[in-house]
Design a protein around this ligand. Sequence first.
Ligand SMILES: Nc1ncnc2c1ncn2[C@@H]1O[C@H](COP(=O)(O)OP(=O)(O)O)[C@@H](O)[C@H]1O
Ligand SMILES: [Mg+2]
Length: 229
Amino acid sequence: MLEIIKLKGISRLYKIGQVKVTALNEIDLSIEEGEFVTIMGPSGSGKSTLLNIIGCLDRPSAGTYELSQKRVEKLSDSALADIRNKYIGFVFQRFHLMPALDALGNVQLPLIYRGVFGRERRKRAKAALEMVGLADRMHHTPSQLSGGEQQRVAIARAIVVEPTVILADEPTGSLDSKSGSNIMSIFRNLNREQGITIVQVTHSEEMAQYGSKVVRILDGQIERIDKVG
Ligand SMILES: Nc1ncnc2c1ncn2[C@@H]1O[C@H](COP(=O)(O)OP(=O)(O)O)[C@@H](O)[C@H]1O
Ligand SMILES: [Mg+2]
């Protein structure tokens, strides 16, 4: 299988005044296209830093990163933004929806940025909302939706541009366990049926069971990798 994500010797140092923090310390990690990978570790161990580098929101201080076989660690901000737009869909713990827009409006946003207009845009946004089981909630605004439903809107917004990879940072962290399991089932379907590669961060061993392997990190290093099942 194609290695869609290939990290070698990835380190990330933060400097604040005289204080240096090594958030990631020489991470080697390869993820194949079609995998569903869970990253676990204590708070402050570097999970979000790792996900942000994988998602081209941040650059490593050292090491090499190949995304879809292209070196990306030294690209300019605008080149990174292009790569991000082409390959990556993000889902966050706090859903980051626009409060004034209904579900359909929120899901259409990334298509507006890409210059998809009118009926085509609405059609694709509706299809994405149907995929997450929200066909009957298209005209609800975020405040009229439950947390689990808001996260499903956020997932629809991520998949509407047909990303190769979905990156999710604690996507069920603010949901009850039933809504969380529902989000995991949606991820599992997207992974199995659309072949979307998924990398998620979670604190929940239960949610980790939906993926195919668990990467355990501690103090910015990979402690071990466990296969699920
Ligand atoms: N922007 C930043 N500036 C300085 N230090 C940071 C920054 N982001 C994260 N860190 C530090 O890097 C370490 C890893 O953080 P993070 O990746 O957010 O951990 P996790 O997501 O596992 O909780 C922590 O010690 C954190 O304080
Ligand atoms: Mg984090």
